[in-house]
Write a new protein. Structure first.
Length: 648
């Protein structure tokens, strides 16, 4: 029997799959060759997914109750009846004593399926719980583009592939988007010129010309390019007059970024900068592909804002890619926002450790996430999870570090054990995810869990018990952007989402706002600017995710991954270090041991180490112990790549 599945991981590609089932068990997973983006290739993360993930001996298969001290991982098996009663009793007692806002929903994109991710909010809205907002990943860049264009929606993969010039800025598709990387290789073979702007010499950088600038100086390069275009009258005056506001103001602030200052700040040679600008002006059409890691800096929002102004200078309406913001479904319906009339408590994800420290949280329900591997300032976060006055419930497939610190662990399903639909933040296709096999053991998917909790709580609103497929049918039928009917979706496993007009800018002025009065009123500044980022310690630590992982997911499948720090040859010599030796990285948040590797992929003064490794698989610590929990002005996003450390 063949089943349509769609990968729910927090990844650009959202692969469409055809799954073969034999005698009730998964047999094989293949790419859906008819899918326009997936085609005949699946992400490398799919390797051994059946044996080492779905049927892993490490799966949590039954509800567990803590019997030892928090963090020791000692649990006993209990029934679902006991588990549900315990959760509801704790919710009722803590809500009564401390207020409903003391019960906090912590969900994220560990499962990015629309229904499994968003449906739980119906339950938490109905009980008036507080919520941890999704601010840690890409919100600064999204906010910056909203300020300037009204939306982050711009170019799509098939349009990018046809460009003569592609600038990959702070993005490493070779690791983060295998299909996107393949697209770049095809474009290059067809004659496109590729620039990669990144402080790290990544695999993607090998595709074209690499401009290895110093971290956090991206806005200087962008504003300097703008200044050069204006000074040399290479800008498109007619386009700017018709489609933008604030050009004169932007040109004025860009004046201080001449070639000499750009070079001295970014570390790039003047000749390389001039060649880049010449190609950007002459090679059309072009696209600037901006990554998320770049905007996880103290000045990340301003960097994206400055870079995204560049296409307007040469007359490109939306000559960039950041995220496919198609906004095709009714999120209020999906999350049941009508179920509560109370003012909800909202907490930031980036500095959640400080919220836990404040004592406001009395019950924490974690699903689709592993915060004790992914959040910055890990020591403070762990201290918060270990508090005796915080009851922690974790719904997960494996005993993660977060699950080890729970009072109650509830077994979750893989995507093959439940129904869902998935969209992408790269391409424009909606993917079907059918239930291929019955849940293993006593595992329950998110929707079944929260329907059961609603029943145990005595809640009666119909929205709390709506079935998954009914929700999917309603989402698709209500949307004017989905190209096709639900019946067609079931037959081929995907549907195309129509792209709204990109000639319309959803800003207050209905134009590209190079200067934004609304942003100035919000305290973001009326214009994009360069904000210098400095640390008191000598090394800036950049912490991307390893190619084999999706944030913290799959580290249990790759326990061979160990904490390593990559250091430039010059810094190795200055620190008198040998490859393979152990050192300690330290800053004001803590310290962690790592193995040293020498690499010319990093600049002097910059260290590279992979984030979100499970501490329990990494000697009890990780580099996220060191990561700053500084909160950006732009939509409370993280600044984890603006972490500074010393080597001991």
């Amino acid at each position: 029997m063949y089943i349509f599945n769609s990968c729910p991981r927090d990844c650009y590609d959202t692969c469409s799959m055809v799954t073969r089932v034999r005698m009730g068990k998964l047999h094989s997973i293949e790419p859906n060759g008819k899918h326009p983006f997936t085609k005949k290739m699946l992400c490398p993360k799919m390797k051994d997914l059946i044996s080492r993930h779905v049927y892993s001996k490490e799966r949590v298969l039954h509800p567990l109750r803590r019997v030892g001290k928090k963090g020791e991982g000692e649990f006993e098996r209990i029934s679902w009846k006991e588990a549900l009663r315990t959760v509801t009793d704790e919710i009722k007692s803590r809500s009564s004593e401390f207020g409903t806002g003391s019960v906090v929903q912590y969900g994220y994109a560990g499962n990015k399926g629309l229904i499994q991710r968003h449906f739980p909010s119906r339950f938490f809205n109905a009980i008036g719980a507080g919520k941890v907002d999704d601010t840690i990943c890409s919100s600064a860049g999204a906010k910056a583009l909203e300020v300037m264009y009204g939306s982050s929606l711009a170019m799509l993969p098939d349009e990018i592939e046809k460009c003569r010039l592609i600038i990959v800025w702070g993005m490493n598709p070779a690791w983060s988007s295998p299909h996107g990387y393949k697209m770049l290789k095809r474009a290059s073979k067809a004659g496109a010129k590729i620039y990669v702007i990144d402080p790290i010499k990544t695999e993607t950088a090998e595709l074209g010309t690499h401009l290895q600038l110093r971290p956090t100086t991206d806005a200087v390069l962008a504003l300097g390019c703008i200044n050069h275009l204006v000074e040399n009258r290479l800008h498109n005056e007619e386009f700017l007059e018709l489609n933008t506001t604030g050009f004169d103001r932007l040109a004025e602030i860009a004046k201080k970024f001449d070639m000499k200052s750009i070079s001295s700040t970014t570390g790039l040679k003047i000749g390389a900068i001039e060649d880049f600008i010449a190609d950007y002006v002459s090679m059309r059409p072009s696209c600037i592909m901006m990554g998320y890691g770049m905007q996880r800096n103290r000045n990340g929002g301003d960097m994206v804002r400055a870079i995204s102004a560049m296409p307007a200078l040469i007359g490109e309406k939306r000559g960039f890619f950041y995220s496919t913001d198609l906004d095709w479904y009714d999120v209020d319906y999906l999350e049941g926002t009508h179920l509560t009339s109370r003012m909800k408590e909202h907490y930031g994800m980036t500095d959640f450790g400080r919220t836990l420290e404040s004592g406001k949280v009395k019950l924490l329900f974690v699903y689709n996430s592993n915060p004790l591997a992914t959040l910055p300032n890990q020591q403070l976060v762990r201290k918060g999870f270990m508090r005796d006055d915080v009851f922690v419930v974790v719904h997960d497939l494996f005993m993660t570090d977060t699950a080890d610190c729970a009072d109650l662990v509830l077994p979750a399903t893989t995507c093959f054990e439940h129904f869902d639909i998935n969209d992408s933040y790269f391409h424009q296709y909606l993917g079907l995810n059918e239930k291929a096999i019955e849940p293993l053991g006593d595992c329950r998917c998110n929707t079944d869990l929260f329907r059961a909790l609603a029943s145990e709580m005595g809640l009666t609103a119909k929205a709390l018990f709506e079935e998954d497929e009914k929700i999917a049918e309603k989402l698709i039928s209500k949307s004017k952007q989905v190209d096709g009917r639900y019946e067609s979706f079931k037959k081929k496993g995907f549907l195309k989402i129509k792209v709204p007009s990109r000639d319309i800018y959803q800003t207050p002025t209905k134009k590209i706002e190079l200067y934004s009065a609304s942003a100035e009123a919000e305290g973001l500044g009326g214009l994009p600017m360069h904000v210098e980022v400095k640390g008191e310690l000598p090394y800036q630590l950049i912490t991307p995710v390893h190619m084999l992982l999706c944030r913290s997911q799959y580290h249990d499948r790759h326990p061979e991954l160990e904490p390593v720090v990559y250091i430039s040859p010059k810094d190795m010599k200055n620190e008198r270090l040998d490859p393979g030796t152990m050192v300690t990285l330290r800053n004001e948040f803590g310290e962690t041991p790592v193995k040293v590797e020498m690499s010319d992929a990093v600049l002097d003064g910059v260290l590279l180490s992979y984030s979100a490794l499970w501490p329990k698989l990494s000697g009890g610590s990780s580099v996220n112990v060191l990561a700053t929990d500084f909160v950006q002005r732009y939509d409370r996003c993280s600044a984890m790549n603006s972490t500074f450390v010393e080597i001991l």
